[in-house]
Design a protein around this ligand. Structure first.
Ligand SMILES: Nc1ncnc2c1ncn2[C@@H]1O[C@H](COP(=O)(O)OP(=O)(O)OP(=O)(O)O)[C@@H](O)[C@H]1O
Length: 358
């Protein structure tokens, strides 16, 4: 099923939780709402489910307006962050519950429960009670309960956030495989974790303060962020956003001057974005910085430097001890794309891929 939002606005008193949202999610798509806490992700999901009414706008499922339909009439399964299993029922009974409520014949329930349990690798848990299972096992049982009635749309609100890091990584991979590849069900997944969004989504809507800022594939969001918020939110460590100037084909960042070929861009102050992975530390060329910290991440290093116009982060693939004494001076030069953002609107002006250090 496709899901479409047209001019959706929702206020809670003075708080505008969702501001004029427009979006079309395609049939079978794995779609992620990504944004910081309080950005309006859950409100959007609740409006799609029918748990909240929008103040303005329309929700369409397969092209048909559903604003007036109850949640139960929308054929949507909603899974929250805290899966609550019924504690007095076994895993089997928990999974069978939605089908029993619908008076599905017993043999059919049995076949469906076994099929879903098999799909999620939890057949061995079917006779256990929730208190006898780990968090991750309970999570799968709850998912099985949502899947068993084969809804047309899944809405998942931070379903992995209560799990430890290792299990989260495994389950996010399995969830996508199951919902997207096997069941091919339209899925809308809410998270504030950009890695989760980038690894799972076909497309992502980046949301901040109730506004959808950009809707794109993970790679487009990474390569062409529409504004400084998206640029800083997608990618780890976050993109460096530095103040600089462009003047007659020359870009200035601190002491560094870069020759660019941008005849159409007038002289102005700009925000310059460079990803930490696209910077290199060396002895003699680039922005002169004082190194104030080095974080070791196994084989890789995150280096923090300061210069008169701000701070800069560099991601290094290998350790260069001679360059990395804390409090020492070093030079940082760009070796990848440079993003130019308008200083006033913070919108992307262009991405510079070819340039020469002067
Ligand atoms: N029932 C409510 N009453 C009043 N304000 C609300 C209500 N629900 C949400 N809000 C407000 O609306 C805004 C958006 O909240 P929402 O829960 O949609 O954000 P979110 O992006 O899902 O955040 P989180 O990641 O923390 O769950 C917030 O400012 C929140 O305080």
């Amino acid at each position: 099923m496709s899901v479409e939002l047209r001019n959706i606005t929702k206020k809670f008193g003075d708080v505008v939780a969702v501001k004029n949202a427009n979006l079309k999610i395609n049939r079978g798509e794995f779609f992620v709402f990504l944004g910081p806490s309080g950005s309006g992700k859950s409100t959007l999901l609740r409006i799609i489910a029918g748990l909240d009414d929008p103040d303005e706008g329309e929700v369409l499922i397969d092209g048909i307006r559903v604003n007036e339909l109850d949640p139960s009439q929308r054929d949507i399964a909603f899974v929250f962050q805290n899966y609550a299993l019924y504690p007095h029922m076994t895993a089997y009974d928990n999974i069978a519950f939605p089908l029993r409520m619908r008076k599905v014949p017993k043999e059919q329930i049995h076949a469906s429960v076994l099929e879903v349990a098999n799909m999620l690798g939890i057949t061995h848990l079917l006779s256990k009670y929730p208190y006898q299972m780990s968090g991750g096992e309970q999570q799968r049982v709850a998912l099985a309960r949502a899947i068993v009635r084969r809804p047309k749309v899944f809405l998942l609100d931070e379903p992995l956030s209560n799990l430890d890091a290792k299990l989260r990584v495994r389950l996010r991979f399995e969830l996508r495989k199951l919902l997207h590849d096997q069941l091919q069900t339209t899925t809308i997944y809410v998270t504030h974790d950009q890695t989760e969004a980038m690894t799972m989504a076909d497309r992502i809507a980046v949301i901040n303060k109730g506004e959808i800022l950009q809707v794109d594939s993970p790679s487009r969001l990474y390569e062409y962020p529409a504004n400084t918020f998206v640029a800083g939110f997608i990618g780890t460590p976050p993109m460096n956003l530095l103040s600089g100037k462009i003047r007659e084909q020359t870009l200035e960042i601190g002491n560094l001057k870069i020759r660019v070929n941008l005849p159409d861009i007038k002289s102005q102050e700009v925000i310059i974005g460079i990803r930490p992975q696209d910077l290199e530390i060396n002895r003699d060329r680039g922005i002169e910085v004082k190194i104030v910290g080095v974080e070791k991440l196994g084989a890789e290093y995150i280096v923090h430097g300061v210069f008169p116009d701000g701070e800069i982060t560099v991601h290094m693939g290998k350790y260069l001890p001679e360059l990395l004494h804390s409090e020492s001076k070093a030079f940082v030069k760009p070796v990848g794309p440079i993003y130019l953002f308008d200083k006033a609107t913070e919108q992307l002006i262009t991405v510079i891929k070819e340039y020469t250090l002067m």
